[in-house]
Design a protein around this ligand. Structure first.
Ligand SMILES: Cc1cc2nc3c(=O)[nH]c(=O)nc-3n(C[C@H](O)[C@H](O)[C@H](O)COP(=O)(O)O)c2cc1C
Length: 353
């Protein structure tokens, strides 16, 4: 099978398979494993401090000399309303108390959000080959700066309109994210309800409207789904859930086991953990927050307030009070090293001719 296309040429990779950035799950080891196999690993640094961003990039560089992407959250940082934050903290603690979960509550005074604007200089200085972004748009100056430094830019779209918009501002590669996808929706045009278009419908319609190469994200778990994405008009795939179960993943065992034990109907789109719509396997925390009577604060404020309970849940190896981000095809995940999962995806697709 000839894997060579415009996308592989632009990204300087052998196979058009991008490991999705997954904050909280992806490690430099996972990124390097995929890049070393000839795909593109993606290192998530959304919300991280400039120091942590630099450290992760440098660590990844010690593990691979192949291209990899660094992924930013391009949303605007919200102001914290102290009064609303206190109400929020008490709502979360009601759940903690009900289930006797011991955790350190958030110190509102110490909350500090980092913007992608504080990270971009580091990415340029470190000469990362590819920058991808989600949740918003990076500005014109930053796009020019990245391009001037030879950096390829990947943006996330959840509708045809968003894909056209990304192309019009000079983004090199468009990741079209279907509603099946695990994790947060990458929607950035906020003048209409959040698009909920499935991968099968989204890809051909985007392919008909934009000239830039397209990556498919959402439901790619094996050779059949990879091949289908290519037939539908994508030049490559961005795969998340399939790597959550990998050896290099930070997911706790109970999360990995929940993937393979899940059924097609077990994931939900929820704002309960972070305040932003995301897909994951339903659990007790989700159900409890759904039952609360309050207005979700903007992302990432709710995320900050649920973090201590999520961390405690992970420490206790309990999957019921942490995020179990996963796509609709979670049951097809494999609990293996990242490189093996990668090689299986390539081999299965090749077998289909
Ligand atoms: C655990 C998890 C975390 C994610 N975190 C990010 C992230 O940090 N940045 C991002 O652009 N996308 C993130 N996503 C979304 C992926 O980029 C991608 O759209 C999705 O995984 C594709 O669908 P799939 O999970 O069915 O493969 C995440 C997805 C998962 C499952």
């Amino acid at each position: 099978m000839n894997w060579n296309n415009e996308l592989t040429r632009i990204l300087k990779i052998k196979y058009p398979l991008v490991q999705a950035p997954m904050l909280g799950v992806t490690t430099p080891e996972m990124v390097a494993a995929i890049s070393n196999e000839g795909g593109l690993g993606s290192l998530p640094v959304g919300l991280l401090s400039p120091e942590a961003t630099l450290e992760l990039i440098q660590k990844t560089k010690t593990l691979t000399d192949k291209p990899f992407a660094v992924n930013l959250f391009a949303h605007e940082v919200p102001e914290i309303d102290i009064h609303a934050a206190e109400i929020l903290r008490s709502k979360v603690s009601e759940i903690g108390d009900k289930y006797s979960i011991k955790y350190e509550p958030v110190d509102i005074e110490k909350i500090r959000y980092y913007s992608w604007r504080e990270q971009i200089e580091i990415l340029i200085r470190e000469k990362v080959p590819v920058v991808s972004f989600t949740f918003g748009l990076i500005d014109k100056d930053s796009i020019q700066q990245l391009h001037k430094n030879g950096i390829i830019i990947i943006g996330t779209a959840t509708s045809v309109r968003e894909a056209i918009h990304l192309e019009s501002i000079g983004i090199d590669i468009i990741t079209a994210q279907g509603i099946e996808a695990g994790g947060h929706r990458g929607t950035f045009l906020e003048d209409e309800p959040i698009p909920q278009v499935g991968t099968f419908s989204l890809i051909p319609q985007v392919a008909d409207k934009v000239k830039r190469p397209i990556l498919t994200a959402g439901g790619i778990m094996d050779g059949r789904t990879f091949k289908a994405a290519l037939i539908l008009g994508a030049q490559g795939v961005q795969v998340g859930t399939a790597f959550v179960g990998s050896d290099e993943s930070l997911a706790i065992d109970a999360y990995k086991k929940a993937l393979i034990a899940s059924q097609d109907t077990d994931t939900v789109l929820t704002c309960a953990f972070s305040g932003k719509l995301a897909r994951g396997i339903r659990n007790t925390f989700h159900n409890e927050v759904q039952g609360l009577d309050f207005t979700y604060p903007p992302y990432p404020i709710l995320n900050t307030f649920t973090a201590p309970i999520r961390i405690a849940s992970q420490k206790n190896k309990n999957k019921e009070f942490t995020t179990l981000w996963a796509g609709q095809s979670a049951s097809m995940a494999r609990l293996k090293p990242s490189a093996e999962i990668f090689r299986a995806l390539i081999a299965e697709t090749e077998q289909l001719g």
